[in-house]
Design a protein around this ligand. Structure first.
Ligand code: IPM
Ligand code: MG
Length: 370
């Protein structure tokens, strides 16, 4: 029996708790059925933490997260907290986790399941078989750059400032992740910036090219401006394998890529830090979708993105590729069987609740594992 893996669940707000409830069941299944064994802890983040502690991320929670082998987060935010000052908004809890844990590489796969091709707003031939990986830089750029703030000028007008800033090591470490992922996939990296208007983009391009030439000459590298990339993503998304880009462009391009697949409710993500001497990386896994306050608590949310995030955790934190493949296949099986939550419902399919979707995934796991 492998030693216990410490997993911290941070369900957060809105549909987060319902979705992570299904992840807990899957974790228990793997505990029961496989050599992997988890020590599950649960804590508050976002609005839930604000209500309990007055801050979106308590110090003790951050400490637990730092010590965990992996963190699984549901979602943060909701209308209840929208008018709070910026520094204590629920979103700050998530941003602080990313920053303090130094999770600089955000992996956002956009994969179109065969069963969901018709759910995309794009033509089937454009998206069928789509499998791209966006690697978004997550702890730098305009999200964290200084100076920042809103100030009142002597004449009474106001000025809002954010700073886009990258250093060469910040670019190099995230590009390295992209090249290494590409080598295990289609061996292509497209690096995205706005080198035509931004100095930080010029540096980005130069550093990515330099790393490529020095360490990954076998990978096919191309460079693209971010606006063109947005256009290419909806025109011909299958030209891409791995896209590597900065924090803000990655935020926007990954939402666009997500929608190619038909539903945000299907997409997982992983945020990884640097490997330490033992090869262990700090890691946080979360669905790409938000807290969906309008349906929260109604057993209507799609838990598949959370389950697929758990699968990414098996793969990237615990080197359990077989377990991850099994869970991915279980998700594919329930989709092929015609089960759909409301967000991906199509004619002729069977609409099911969050928990019924969880039941079906567990049943598929039982069947596939024999
Ligand atoms: C995301 C979200 C976050 C971001 C928000 C919730 C702070 O949009 O993970 O893409 O902008 O990074
Ligand atoms: Mg976003």
């Amino acid at each position: 029996m492998a030693s216990n893996r410490k997993l911290l669940l941070l369900p957060g707000d809105g549909i987060g708790p319902e979705c992570l409830g299904q992840v807990r069941r899957a974790a228990e299944w793997f505990d029961r059925r496989r050599v992997t064994s988890f020590e599950l802890e649960e804590d508050l983040v976002g609005g839930a933490a604000l209500d309990a502690h007055g801050v979106p991320l308590a110090e003790a929670t951050l400490e637990t997260a730092m010590a965990a082998d992996a963190v699984l987060l549901g979602a943060v935010g909701g209308p209840k907290w929208d008018d709070l000052p910026f520094e204590i908004k629920p979103e700050r809890g998530l941003l602080r986790l990313r920053k303090e844990m130094e999770l600089f590489a955000n992996l956002r796969p956009a994969l179109c399941f065969d069963a969901l091709v018709a759910a995309s707003t794009l033509k089937p031939e454009v998206v069928s078989g789509l499998d791209i990986m966006i690697v978004r830089e997550l702890t730098g750029g305009v999200y964290f750059g200084e100076p920042r703030g809103i100030e009142t000028l002597p004449d009474g007008t106001r000025r809002g400032v954010n700073t886009q800033v990258y250093t060469s090591p910040e670019i190099e470490r995230v590009a390295r992740v992209a090249f290494e992922l590409a080598q295990r996939r289609g061996n292509k990296v497209c690096s995205v910036e706005k080198a035509n208007v931004m100095e930080s983009g010029v540096l980005w391009r130069e550093e990515v090219q330099k790393l490529h030439d020095a360490a990954y000459p076998d990978v096919a590298l191309s460079h693209m401006y971010a606006d063109n990339c947005a256009m290419q993503l909806v025109r011909a998304p299958k030209q891409f394998d791995v896209i590597v880009t900065d924090n803000l462009f990655g935020d926007m391009l990954s939402d666009a890529a997500a929608m190619l697949t038909g539903s945000l409710g299907m997409l997982p993500s992983a945020s990884l830090g640097a490997a330490d001497a033992t090869g262990r990386r700090k890691a946080l896994y979360e669905p790409v979708h938000g807290s969906a306050p309008d349906i929260a608590g109604g057993d209507k949310a799609n838990p598949l993105a959370s389950l697929l995030s758990f699968s990414m955790m098996l793969r990237y934190s615990f080197d359990e590729g077989e377990g991850a493949d099994l869970l991915d296949r279980a998700v594919e099986t329930v989709l092929n069987d015609g089960l759909r939550t409301a967000d991906i419902m199509q004619d002729g399919m069977t609409e099911v609740s969050t928990s019924a979707m969880g039941d079906a995934v567990l049943a598929a796991l039982d069947k596939l594992a024999g």
